[in-house]
Design a protein around this ligand. Structure first.
Ligand code: PHE
Length: 452
């Protein structure tokens, strides 16, 4: 069976694909703006600690289950279950995972569409097509639907090519491009007046804010979303890794890339905000708090770019292009979850599965866009705030408690004869059993009672 499935061709290919999934709007938009309003370096510090102590071990649970089963989450969780009840719960978990992944994609495609529209608006500005540029940056329903559909079409196009020719090839092309444009933008923004004030906010910790429990919950949510955990994305990517690969190492590299890009994006967004302030753009509300995250990206930064003349047009185009790429390498990983399930469980061809599922998700997105005020926030909250931690808990529970211990350890040894001498071997099997589920449960309970 494994031979008919897709497989990543190399370690580099897998890391680009998994890091491509992880690095997305969560890193370049979510993390920097949250750090800006939550104590700067204090938030950064908590985020780093949580990423290594919770997100990385949870990522490993998904990768290891996926690689062991070489199958989608539904059959993977079934395979490692010892009895019928656990098999049924495992299948249910996998199915909920693919539904959640589809809903995440339905709002993600909307936001990614805005990013693409803003990128084109910069080009329209260059040719002084003011009317077009205003339409592209306005919040009209037609624009929203058109760009959501365009973004979905790109996602569908890549996923229909399969694991190597689609996911791996495009991630390996787009991720280096993303890194280069990010570094160039950071270097440029740091030369502008006011940038140092932003750096100061980013690098000087405000521990008064950091010690609030609400902030820790936020940082946990950010780390979880950022590493694409809890929907089976990493499980399915893990299922495409060959048996010779050393999983703790590649999982560690993916975590490192994800965190580094988030931290680097902080060096862009926070200084840019204070450059905007320096240029007379308001970034604080009347009560002295920072304005909201979406206003920051879609109002403050564009206002900054406009005030910079021609250079601003170029910077704006590169910035929104960067956002669009980051979103695309993440959205393909979301779509792969329901697609892999449908291909493997129902014997449908990849092309057909991709088109049908793509259309269904585009329909969800359209419904969200038509009822934007009531649905958008709700879908984001249900999927990222509640479902992701809960499903992440289930993956750790299956790795730590349901799966036979000797089989888990045997999977860990695969591709890595020396693993028994590593710290990972000594800590992780217990950690995933006890610490991960406990912390996730605490986050979940906290978020249920809305302490943020
Ligand atoms: N990790 C992605 C981001 O940071 C979002 C994502 C969530 C991707 C869940 C896949 C699955 O934007």
């Amino acid at each position: 069976m494994a031979s008919t499935r897709g497989e990543f061709s190399s370690r580099f290919g897998f890391i680009m694909a998994a890091a491509g999934s992880a690095v997305g709007l969560g890193n370049i938009w979510g993390f920097p703006t949250q750090a800006a309003s939550n104590g700067g370096a204090a938030f950064l510090l908590i985020y780093l600690i949580l990423a290594f102590t919770l997100a990385y071990p949870a990522l490993m649970a998904e990768l290891i289950i996926g690689r062991h089963a070489h199958a989608n989450a539904v059959s993977a969780l079934r395979q490692i279950s010892p009895n019928a009840t656990l098999r049924r719960i495992g299948a249910g978990t996998g199915i909920i995972g693919f539904i959640v992944a589809s809903f995440i994609l339905s709002f993600y495609a909307i936001v990614a569409g805005w990013m693409m529209a803003y990128c084109l608006a910069a080009i329209a500005d260059l040719f002084q097509l003011t009317g077009l540029s205003q339409w592209l940056t306005g919040f009209g329903l037609e624009r929203n639907i058109l760009f959501m559909l365009t973004f979905m079409a790109l996602t569908v196009g890549i996923i229909s090519e399969g694991v190597q020719a689609g996911i791996e090839r495009w991630s390996s092309r787009l991720m280096p491009l993303l890194l280069v444009s990010l570094v160039l933008l950071v270097a440029y923004v740091l030369t502008l007046d006011g940038a140092m004030d932003g750096l100061r906010v980013y690098l000087l910790p405000d521990f008064d804010r950091a010690l609030s429990p609400g902030l820790i919950v936020k940082a946990l949510g950010a780390a979880f979303f950022s590493l694409s955990l809890g929907v089976g994305t990493m499980l399915i990517y893990g299922s495409y890794i060959n048996d010779r690969e050393n999983l703790p190492v590649v999982g560690g590299l993916v975590t490192l890339v994800d965190i580094s890009i988030a931290v680097l994006a902080g060096f862009l967004v926070l200084p840019a905000m204070y450059v905007a302030l320096h240029n007379g753009v308001e970034i604080f509300t009347a009560t002295g708090d920072l304005i909201s995250e979406d206003t920051l990206i879609f109002t403050v930064l564009p206002a900054l770019f406009t005030s910079m003349g021609l250079a601003g047009v170029v910077v704006s185009c590169v910035f929104f292009f960067l956002m669009s790429i980051a979103a695309l390498t993440s959205s393909i990983s979301m779509l792969e979850v329901p697609v892999a399930y449908t291909i493997e469980q129902h014997g449908v061809t990849r092309k057909r599965a991709v088109v049908v599922i793509g259309l269904v998700i585009a329909l969800f997105s359209t419904i969200i866009l038509i009822n934007f005020d009531s649905l958008f926030g709700l879908v984001v909250a249900i999927t990222t705030r509640y479902s992701q931690p809960l499903l992440g808990f289930m993956f750790c529970f299956y790795a730590g408690w349901v799966w036979r211990r000797d089989q888990l350890l045997q999977e860990l040894r695969r591709g890595n004869e020396n693993v028994e001498h590593t710290l990972f071997w000594k800590i992780w099997p217990w950690y995933v059993r006890l610490v991960c589920p406990l912390i996730i449960l605490v986050i979940f309970v906290q978020s249920l009672f809305g302490s943020s």
